[in-house]
Write a protein that binds this ligand. Sequence first.
Ligand SMILES: Nc1ncnc2c1ncn2[C@@H]1O[C@H](COP(=O)(O)OP(=O)(O)OP(=O)(O)O)[C@@H](O)[C@H]1O
Length: 278
Amino acid sequence: MDRIDVSDLRKTFRLKPGQSVTIEGRRSDRVDVLGGVDLSIRKGEFITLVGPSGSGKSVLLDVIAGLTEASSGVARIDGKPVTRPHAGTAYVFQQYALFPWRTALENIEYAMEVRGVGRRERRDRARGLLDLFGLGGFEDRYPAQLSGGMQQRVAIARALANDPEVLLMDEPFAALDAQTRDILQTELLRIWETIKTTVVFVTHSIDEAIFLADRIVVMTARPARVKEIIEIDLPRPRDIDLRNGDDFNRYRARVWEALRDEVRKAQGDWSLAARLAH
Ligand SMILES: Nc1ncnc2c1ncn2[C@@H]1O[C@H](COP(=O)(O)OP(=O)(O)OP(=O)(O)O)[C@@H](O)[C@H]1O
């Protein structure tokens, strides 16, 4: 059975009274963000999601997470419709979203506390996760005392603390410098290869999308649908040098080919909106 199944998912936001947007030259108080998304994701698969800015990738993740209700259609996890946040789903955002008043160890323990896991088990597991992410020795540091890369490692460790069946990641490395980003991609893959949870990872980076994925889902401009799914047939475990190879280059060209027109459409939408706004 598929782990995640999304079927004809649509989402329209109604704006607040007095607010409006310009879409294709017309004023509207509604924004159609998801326009019928169909997608099946197998258990243990690593999916990356790319699409123009503002195309609804985060909204799609929010619906799968149970944080936003769809206007119509359904997202299912293990065959059950998602209607609210689910203990088996963890979410990692671009901003580290750690509790500043808790140490690294206590941040990781938090998710287990909520589930009522006993203190000793919590501590042991949180320590194990810190070690897994190369953060042994930093357990008593507060987020402000950690680098961006370290904070994001803690955020991912916290997300993994409850052994999620589904891990949703919304541009988790976008705020990091290029080298830290490369390192974290490799670390994430190393850890994923041992735990094999199902990952849906949103990114703007084509290289990141190829490097991580079993399959890349390319979304259209808003209202978003799945434009194309590209199978990434590169050997695992993957090393960052893979990016210099011919196969990688071919995938780069192919993903960009799928994305290019959608990015143009989205930009046309914005520039038209900007012209009309002046
Ligand atoms: N609560 C809301 N009310 C109204 N519009 C919303 C709301 N949330 C999102 N939107 C709109 O939905 C669209 C899609 O947003 P979303 O953040 O999912 O895009 P995205 O593809 O993740 O973009 P980016 O790649 O830039 O992060 C945007 O136009 C956004 O303004």
